[in-house]
Design a protein around this ligand. Sequence first.
Ligand code: TMP
Ligand code: ASP
Length: 260
Amino acid sequence: MSRRKKLYEGKAKILYEGPEPGTLVQYFKDDATAFNNQKHATLEGKGVLNNRISEYIMLGLGRIGIPTHFIKRLNMREQLVRQVEIIPLEVICRNVAAGSMCKRLGLEEGQPLPRSIVEFCYKNDDLEDPLVTEEHIAAFNWASPQEMDDLMAMTLRINDYLSGLFAAVGIQLIDFKLEFGRQYEGDMVRTVLADEISPDSCRLWDIESGQKLDKDRFRRDLGNVTEAYAEVARRLGIIKPNGTAPANDTGAGTDNGEDE
Ligand code: TMP
Ligand code: ASP
């Protein structure tokens, strides 16, 4: 037995070398951080839920033609993904004013925006992921003009898909964050959706009550964080109504339970 190679450890996930060249294993931790690591906790079961929710969403996006890094879920905490070169941008899409946008522009949280707004942040923890304009992105060549067209088009399409998916289960998609990567195929390079889409990276409010079902429960000390994530999974039909056991395991390769 030899230990597999850890390539990168982030705040909520670890990337290991995959079984074949060009693949990686993405491991979902239970760690939660906020405000660039100033606040930290371990939330038991969060990684398992995010793995399942992200799998469900990536598969759905794949079906509507969005290229993603996702290949298959391996077990409770891991998925096999394609190795990509991450574009150093966080792409945020907002439908309703919340979070940093309210602080920046003096808006009231919950105010619907006149239209969906896409923002770009430069991925750099030391600088706390500052908001940047397309001018900065072009000047510093963080993404090419073609890639920017791809990011915009895919983000708006993902917003439409996710807004409908969540609305159908009584959840309003307030905003979300995406990351994209470059997948090299010979001389060609393709822009693909990477990272994860989960209640860690979205704001999700119950349509009836306005209750927050996302990471703001952790950021704002509202309690019941994993319970809220489980509620999202339950409504999407990913876990059974009465518990946390998977409703089915289809499309997920082998599910051998946790291996760490
Ligand atoms: P913000 O209002 O704090 O800028 O967050 C906008 C969206 O992006 C929200 O859905 C949470 C998500 N997000 C992340 O996924 N990672 C981050 O590091 C930050 C700051 C926000
Ligand atoms: N993920 C970020 C952090 O760790 C911030 C956030 O999601 O609020 O600090």
